[in-house]
Design a protein around this ligand. Structure first.
Ligand SMILES: C[C@](O)(CO)[C@H](O)COP(=O)(O)OP(=O)(O)OC[C@H]1O[C@@H](n2ccc(N)nc2=O)[C@H](O)[C@@H]1O
Ligand SMILES: Nc1ncnc2c1ncn2[C@@H]1O[C@H](COP(=O)(O)OP(=O)(O)OP(=O)(O)O)[C@@H](O)[C@H]1O
Length: 311
C-alpha cells in the first residue's frame, strides 16, 4: 500500500493505479475466470481515500476528482463494499464515511475501483483499531476482485491464478511511462468474453511470463523491457474498440520504446527511455490530439506492504 497517515479520527491513504507489463491469459475456467500469468506494476497516478467515523453500521462515500461523475452509485462503489466486508468480518458495529479523490481514470484498465477497495480496507482497519494483519486483509481483498490484492500490495509483483496469487518482485530502478487515456471506458468482463469468442479454449496455452521480462526490470533496462511487453487482451479490446489501434500506432510513430494496452484497456501505456523522453512523447501525443488525457508517470510508483506476497 502507498503512503497513509492518521490524524486523530481521520485516516488518509494514497493508493496507486497499475499497469500490467505482461498480461498472459489462459483458457476460461469453470468458474468463469481465466488463469493469468501477469506482471503488475504500480504507477505514480493515484487515488486518495480518507476515512472518518460514522454511526454503527453506516458506510457512506463521497467521490471527487476528474472522473468522479463516471463512478456509479454508492451502493456499487467497491470501496463501500470493502468497508462493509471488513466490518461484517471483524467489527459488526463499525461505521465510516469515505471520501475518495479520483486521480486514476475510471474504467481505464488501471484498477481504479480495486485501488479504492484496497485503500478502504487499510484505512478502516486503522480507523476501527482492528489491526487484522496483512494476510487477513489480502484474503478479504481477493474476495472483492482479482486486482484488489495487488493494489493493496503495490510495487511490482508476478500474479497467477485469477491475478490474486502474488509474488512481490524487488525492482530498484524507476521506469518512465506515458499514459494515454480514452474518453470512453471498456468493460473488463466484455473484453474477457471477446477473448473467449476469438480463442476456443483448446487453442489457449497455459499462460507464461515472457522470457527476459523480470531480468530487464531488475537490470533497469527499458530497451530490453520494451521487447518483452505483452498483453493478450489487446486483440479482443481492439476488436471492440478499433480506434485504440490509432493510439498505439501514434506511440510507435512518436518513437516510444514500446507500447501496450493497460489491462483490459482502453488506457494505452508507452515506455520511454528516461524522464526527458517521456515528456517529449507526451508533448507529441498532445500536439496530435491523441487520447483524452496524457499523464507522464513513473513505475513502480510506490512501495507495498513488506512481505505481503503469497505464492
Ligand atoms: C484485466 C485485469 O485488470 C488485469 O490485471 C484483471 O484481470 C481484471 O481484474 P478485476 O477488474 O479485479 O476483475 P474481477 O472484478 O475479479 O472480475 C471481473 C470479470 O472479469 C473477468 N475476469 C477477471 C479476472 C480473471 N483472471 N479472469 C476473468 O475472466 C470475469 O469475467 C470477471 O467476472
Ligand atoms: N471506487 C470506484 N472507483 C472507480 N470505479 C468504480 C468504483 N467503484 C465501482 N466502480 C465501477 O467499476 C467499474 C470499473 O471501474 P474501474 O475504474 O475500477 O475500472 P478498471 O480500472 O478498468 O478496472 P480493472 O483494471 O480492475 O479491470 C466502473 O463501471 C465504475 O463505475
Amino acid at each position: 500500500m502507498a503512503e497513509s497517515a492518521s490524524t486523530g479520527e481521520r485516516v488518509r491513504v494514497r493508493v496507486p493505479g497499475k499497469i500490467n507489463l505482461a498480461l498472459c491469459v489462459g483458457p476460461r475456467r469453470p468458474d468463469g475466470f481465466h488463469d493469468l500469468a501477469t506482471v503488475f506494476q504500480s504507477v505514480s497516478l493515484a487515488d486518495e481515500l480518507t476515512a472518518t467515523p460514522a454511526p454503527a453500521g453506516v458506510v457512506t462515500v463521497e467521490v471527487a476528482g476528474a472522473d468522479a461523475a463516471l463512478v456509479g452509485p454508492a451502493e456499487d462503489n467497491l470501496a463501500v463494499r470493502a468497508a462493509r466486508l471488513l466490518a461484517a468480518t471483524y467489527a459488526p458495529d463499525a461505521g465510516a464515511h469515505l471520501q475518495i479523490v479520483k486521480g486514476i481514470p475510471v474504467a481505464g484498465g488501471m484498477a481504479g475501483g480495486s485501488a479504492d477497495a484496497a485503500a478502504a480496507l487499510l484505512a478502516c482497519d486503522r480507523l476501527w483499531g482492528l489491526d487484522v494483519g496483512t494476510e487477513a486483509l489480502l484474503d478479504l481483498a481477493a474476495r472483492l476482485g482479482s486486482d484488489v490484492p495487488f493494489t493493496a500490495m503495490g510495487g511490482t509483483a508476478v500474479g497467477h491464478g485469477r491475478g490474486e496469487r502474488l509474488r512481490p518482485v524487488r525492482v530498484d530502478h524507476v521506469f518512465h511511462w506515458v499514459l494515454v487515456t480514452s474518453g470512453t471506458g471498456l468493460s473488463t468482463p466484455a473484453v474477457f468474453r471477446r477473448f473467449d469468442e476469438l480463442h476456443p479454449p483448446q487453442d489457449v496455452a497455459d499462460p507464461q511470463i515472457p522470457d527476459g521480462l523480470l531480468e530487464a526490470l531488475q537490470a533497469g533496462d527499458p530497451v530490453a523491457l520494451a521487447a518483452t511487453l505483452r498483453n493478450d487482451l489487446a486483440e479482443p479490446a481492439l476488436d471492440l474498440r478499433p480506434d485504440l489501434g490509432a493510439t498505439l500506432g501514434a506511440g510507435t510513430e512518436l518513437g516510444a520504446l514500446g507500447g501496450l494496452l493497460s489491462g483490459s484497456g482502453p488506457t494505452c501505456a508507452f515506455l520511454a527511455a528516461d524522464a526527458e523522453h517521456a515528456r517529449a512523447l507526451a508533448d507529441g501525443f498532445r500536439t496530435r490530439g491523441v487520447g483524452r488525457d496524457i499523464h507522464v508517470v513513473e513505475a513502480p510508483g510506490s512501495i507495498g506492504f513488506p512481505h505481503a506476497g503469497r505464492g
